[in-house]
Structures are given as structure tokens and as C-alpha cells.
Design a protein around this ligand. Sequence first.
Ligand code: AKG
Ligand code: FE2
Length: 357
Amino acid sequence: MATSDHQPQEEPRAAPPPMTVKELVDSGAVGSVVPPEYRSRDQDHAAVEVEIPTVDFLLLREGDDRQRRKTIRELGRACEEWGFFMVVNHGVPIGIIDAMLDAARGFFDLPEAEKREYAGNHVLDPIRCGTSFNPAVEDVKYWRDYFKLIVHPVFTSPSKPPGFSEALLGYATCVRKMTMELLRGISEALGLEQHCMERELDLYNGVQLVAGNLYPPCPQPELAMGLPPHSDHGLLTVLLQNGVGGLQVKHGGSWVHVRPAPCSFLVNTGDHMEIFSNGRIKSVLHRAVVNSWATRMSIAVVQGPSLETCVRPTPLLVKGVDRRMFRGMKYRDYVEFQQKNRLEEKSVLDVLRSTGD
Ligand SMILES: O=C(O)CCC(=O)C(=O)O
Ligand SMILES: [Fe+2]
């Protein structure tokens, strides 16, 4: 059928923005079945219960010489054998932790249109939010909404909801102090001078990224995944959750359920720790599974080098018969490269692995 030239042409409509998982659940659109685009290829979520290493932060910071040395040895062992540990006695006030969790919940509860103003479009935009990891390159979406905020070296925060930025600043400052102390301890455990990592990786200008993750209840949790097996790009990630479990870490070939002690932080090693330490410390694979009964929330604070630092194994750990395990890359390029790809185990780090030298 021919169309009349005189008919007003309809304006092409912009595609509606994809629904967040929260919107999907709140609107009742999911019902009892997970939409096909969220069905994970990996549907084996089995995990074992094993005690995870614990680091007593008070002994690291204020212990006498013997206690400090013992704690540094334990910290080193946790990093080398697990890439994962729980920090107790960290001294971060509970009020600051609760304020951060409340603020994050407040952000996710904003009307969808207001959250969308913060969507961003580049991985290094200081404020971003969205769903899954990178839907542009994924054939399966993850059951997760997120915000990601770069809070150091320049502090940035959404202006909504009220009080968010104060809570974020308080939390990020405390976590950064603790992380720097842990990094000094890890430097010592590696046999380096305690400020070595700070100096070589320009941590005074280091990137601190605060990611909030929301995993609403899922009608068929065995079919979906909150986040797939991956390693984080930074040096260390400090993770806090809202009392609902779901994190699993890979240890000794098995997935391990993580059940943190009350008021503790979980810490995992990232790819830049593996590069800097020339593979002595590996970044740990972890994933987030979802459940059908409660909304899970986590706050992951990633501490990385400065964006312009070209990170390579420290020459101090490439000695004698050890060969250089990774070639160097600017942290900025690494983060951009990871975001352009699917989140898939350690596929980005593998690109930097040296085969000869
Ligand atoms: O929610 C979790 O437990 C894990 C979050 C995570 O791995 C991440 O944000 O990179
Ligand atoms: Fe992670």
C-alpha cells in the first residue's frame, strides 16, 4: 500500500531506557519467572562453608612490635593464600557505616527518572549508575543495579538524595585511611619498605571508587546471577553488605560462601595488586548470587593507583630467577579496557600476562 506524501511523518521515538532490576521487580513485571535476558549460562551456584582469614586491624595499627609483626605475617598469608580476608576491630564508627548504607538505599529508592540523570556514559565519568555490568556487550544481563562514584583524588557525589554526599564523604574517608594502612602492611609482608606501594603507584592521587550494588529479590535465583565470576581492577576492594549474604569467593578450586562477622569489612585483592607484586599476590575471583526473599545491598570501595600511573611489577620483586609476569599498562587504559569487555573471570589481566622475557 502506498503512503500519502501529505501524511505528517511521525517523529522517530527514542528507544525507552532499559528498566532497572528494581523497577522490573517493583512494577510487578517479573511475576514468578526470570526474564530470558537475565538467565545466566552458569547455573551452578554451589558453594562450600570454610573459615576465611581474619585480620585484626587494631593490632596492625596500635599493637606492640611483636603483635604488629604477627599481624603483618597473617595479612601477607591471607593475601597470598586467599586474596581475601575479613577485617575486624577496624575502628570505623557504626554510625558512619549505617549512614552510608542508608544513603545508598535512598539513592536506589529515588524515582527512576531522577536516577537516570546520573547514568553517565563513560567508565571514568565521576558519577554513573545503571543495571548489570555493561549491557552493550553482554548477551546475558546480571540481576544487579549499581551506582559508581569516583571520590578521590577529586570528591564527587550526586546531590540527591539529601544527606547522601555527607554520608559518602564520611565513609570514603574512613575506608581510605584503613585501606592505606592495609597497603602499608601488605608492602611490609612482601618484604618491601612500608611506603613503597604508595610511592611507586602514586596513591596520593590514587583513584577511590565507591560502587553501590542493589540485588532485589529474584523469583528464580538459581537461574540468574548478581555478578559473574570476576576480579576487581584495583589494588584492594573493601566490601560492606547490608546483612544479606550472597558473595562467594574462589578458593582452592571451590566457591566459598562468605559469612562476615557482625561489624566487619571484607577485603579482596585486585588485578593491580597481582601486577605490582609480580604475581606473588593474586587477584581473587568472586561472584554475587541472588536470593528470592530479601534485597541485598553491598558497597564496594575500590582503591587503585592514580589514573596516569603505568603499573608494572615492582623491580624489587623481579629479581634473580623470577621473570617479569606482566607487561605494564596505564591504570586509566586498564579500566577503560575492562569496561569495553564482558566481565569474564580474569580475561583483562590475562591480556597483560607476559609469555617470555
Ligand atoms: O556484592 C558483592 O558482594 C560483590 C560486589 C562486587 O564484586 C563488585 O562490586 O565488584
Ligand atoms: Fe567485584
